[in-house]
Each structure stands twice: as C-alpha cells, then as structure tokens.
Design a protein. Structure first.
Lengths: 336, 68
C-alpha cells in the first residue's frame, strides 16, 4: 500500500476515534444546557427562581432536629470506625496483586469529638497530629462471608472491636442438640462474639492483618517495585500493539511479528487472573493462622477476572485467525 | 516433507543450468530455487508440465515419495 495513503488512513482513524470519544463522553456524563446569566460581571449557569415552593417547607426546628439526628448518627459511625481501626491514615495498594498496606487510627476510648478536635488542630497549626496508629497488611482478595450490618441473617458475620480485641459477631449453635419428635434433632442458635486475630475494613471489603511498621514498609517497597514492573510491562504491551496497528496499515498483516504480538497480549490477559488467583491463595496460605471459617475469597476478584479473560479470548481468536491467514499466505507464496 | 523434489538430479542428468531451465519454463530463478531446495508447499500442474517438457522427463522423475 502507498505510504501516503496509509498515513492518511491512520490520521483519519485517529480523528474518528477522537470524535467517537467526545460523543461518548458527552453521552455518558450528560449535557445539561442552561441559560447563562451575568451578575456583576460573574457568569451564572442557572437562573434563580422567585416562585413560591410547590409544597410547604419543613419548619426550621424540624430541620434542626434532623441535623442533630444526622450528627448523632455520624458521630456513632465515626466512633465505631475509630474503635474498629478503620479511620484510615494512609497506605497504598496494588489492586492487581490484591495486596496493600494500611495505617489506621486504632483507639478504644477515642470518640468523634476527639477526632474532630484533632482535625481542627491540624488545620489550625498545619502540623500532622500523632495518634495511636496500627499498621496493617490489607488483603483485598479476602473478605468476611457476609456483612449484613442492618439485617443480620444466619450466615451474616459482623466485625467489631471492643477493648482492643477484634471479634466477629455471628450466629452459632449455643446449646447441645435436643431430640424432638420422630428422631428429629433441634439446635438452638444465637448470636455470639468470636475473638479473631484479623481486622476488617467493611468499606474496602478487605481483610486487615495487624503487622509492625517495618513489615508494612517492606511490603510497600515490594508493591511499588511490582507496580513499576507492571507499569513498564503495560507500556511495552501498548507499544507493541501500536506497532501492530501501524504494521497492518502498512500492509504487513500476516507476519511472524504480528502473530507474536497477538499471542503475547492474549497470554497476558488470560494468565493475569490466574496469577492473581494463585497469589491470593498464596496470601491465604501465608496468613492461614489468622483466618477463620468466616473468611472467604472475594467474588470481586472473579468479576474483574471475567473482563480480562474476555479480552484475552478475543485476542486469542485474533491470533488463531492471523495464524490461519499466515498459513494461507505462505501456501500461496510457495506455490510454484 | 515426505515428497522429495529431485529437480537438481534431473538438471544434472540433462546438464542444464538453473538459468537455462528458468528461461525455458518461464518462471523466476527465485521460484525455481524454492522448488529445488524443497521449500515449496505446492506445484501447479502447468509448472510441472513445463518442467517435464524442458527436461524431457516424467513427473515421477522429479517428484519422489519417501515414507517418513
């Protein structure tokens, strides 16, 4: 193919991709046109209305009551987060590896007032206030069986910390078997607090293993290293994919180089969820002494895996089609 | 491949060079070389006919099957 023509095709394809991207962005984010009004030289997008409200507004004292109620609920939730060690201070994670580090405030007696006064002091002085902090390794691939906080059922498990001891609250058999009619056996179930060695982050749905600061630092460096390698690998993959597209536009379609590119991309997308799964199992094996029967592998890992496997399968099919094309091309070329 | 191309043997017997054969058959030197070295995947009947005519031989003299 003529090089000028292929350049034109590539440029045309790029412009088309840009147009599609803009249309898609507008479609996804929504476009809400509104009249522009100028007031003292400042632009306002929406006009104010001076019509009376359709329904009567609630009296101010009720709003105060609602505000007080919300403040109380927030303070209870915050106190529980601090008690459970979920008031996050910092950390990092490599989501692909399902491993991260976390440093959370862990205080049994600290309440919401203490927290907010601490934040206010930080803003006022501009200095970071030290607080009782616990370092954790966060295992993003493992979670508690079910965490139905509001409507607990027989399988639900709720994590909480009391007096610096972590517990899971769950239903369990609390009395010996009682024989009923016609050889039937009855068990009495009740809520119990079972002490556990791990902590739990219900917001990230990840299991937290309490470790020393040195361990979290080591894991952080390890994570950064792995993230850097993965980033470089992703860049290489993108690079060879762009080269593949350019080669096709130049007319070099069924070549060994293109086949290797497609095979590498397919293998990467197919193998990565398997590696992730094995790595999660390995983490489970390493920290098995912390785990209880209520800890299970997260379903989110598989939901993410399906995307990767689907892309991998598409590239595998492309690889098969291209290898067949290469075979036909060779046959045609070597027919005398 | 189990099919052996004995083109070089027949060319030696007829004392014919590659250039001469390519001129007589009407195919390029490169394609004739591919055929001679056994890299060819297929051969057209018309090419085989032209080679047989040029070398004055039978297709069996050029192609031989050896069980692998």
């Amino acid at each position: 193919m003529d090089i000028r023509l292929s350049k034109k095709i590539t440029l045309g394809a790029l412009i088309l991709v840009c147009i599609v991207f803009i249309i898609f962005s507008v479609a996804v984010n929504g476009y809400t046109p509104g009249p522009l009004f100028k007031f003292n030289g400042t632009k306002y997008k929406y006009a104010e209305t001076y019509l009376k409200p359709i329904d009567p507004s609630p009296p101010d004292n009720l709003l105060d009551a609602e505000s007080q109620y919300n403040n109380f609920v927030d303070s209870v939730k915050l106190r529980r987060r601090i008690k459970n060690g979920n008031a996050e201070q910092g950390g990092n994670s490599v989501s692909w590896l399902s491993l991260g580090t976390q440093a959370d405030i862990s205080c049994d007696t600290c309440g919401s007032n203490w927290f907010w006064s601490r934040v206010k002091t930080e803003i006022k002085t501009g200095r970071f206030q030290t607080a009782p902090v616990q370092s954790y390794l966060s295992l993003l691939g493992w979670k508690l069986k079910a965490t139905a906080y509001e409507n607990p059922h027989l399988d639900s498990v709720v994590f909480h910390v009391e007096h610096n001891q972590a517990y899971v609250r769950k239903y369990a058999i609390i009395s010996p078997a009682v024989k009923g009619e016609k050889d039937s056996v009855y068990y009495r179930y009740g809520l119990i607090d079972e002490p556990v060695k791990f902590h739990y982050d219900p917001y990230d749905k990840s299991l937290l293993i309490p470790v020393s600061k040195t361990v979290t630092l080591t894991v952080s460096y390890f994570s950064y290293g792995i993230a850097l390698i993965l980033f470089c690998y992703a860049l290489i993959l993108i690079g060879i994919f762009i080269r593949f597209v350019l080669d096709i536009s130049k007319g070099h379609v069924f070549t060994n180089k293109n086949l290797r590119t497609l095979r590498l991309i397919a293998i990467t997308f197919l193998v990565s969820p398997v590696v992730m799964f094995i790595f999660n199992l390995l983490l489970g094996f390493i920290f098995r002494s912390y785990f209880t029967e209520d800890v299970v592998l997260s379903k989110a890992t598989w939901i993410e895996a399906w995307k990767s496997i689907s892309i991998g399968l598409i590239f595998l099919m492309l690889y098969k089609a291209f290898s067949q094309g290469k075979k036909l091309k060779e046959e045609q070329e070597f027919t005398i | 491949m189990a099919i052996i191309v004995n083109l070089d043997v027949m060319m030696a017997r007829r004392k014919m060079s590659l250039t001469e054969l390519s001129e007589k058959v009407g195919i390029t030197m490169a394609n004739l070389s591919i055929l001679k070295t056994g890299k060819a995947k297929a051969i057209r009947l018309e090419t085989l006919e032209a080679i047989c005519k040029a070398l004055n031989c039978q297709p069996g003299d050029i192609l031989e099957y050896i069980e692998a």
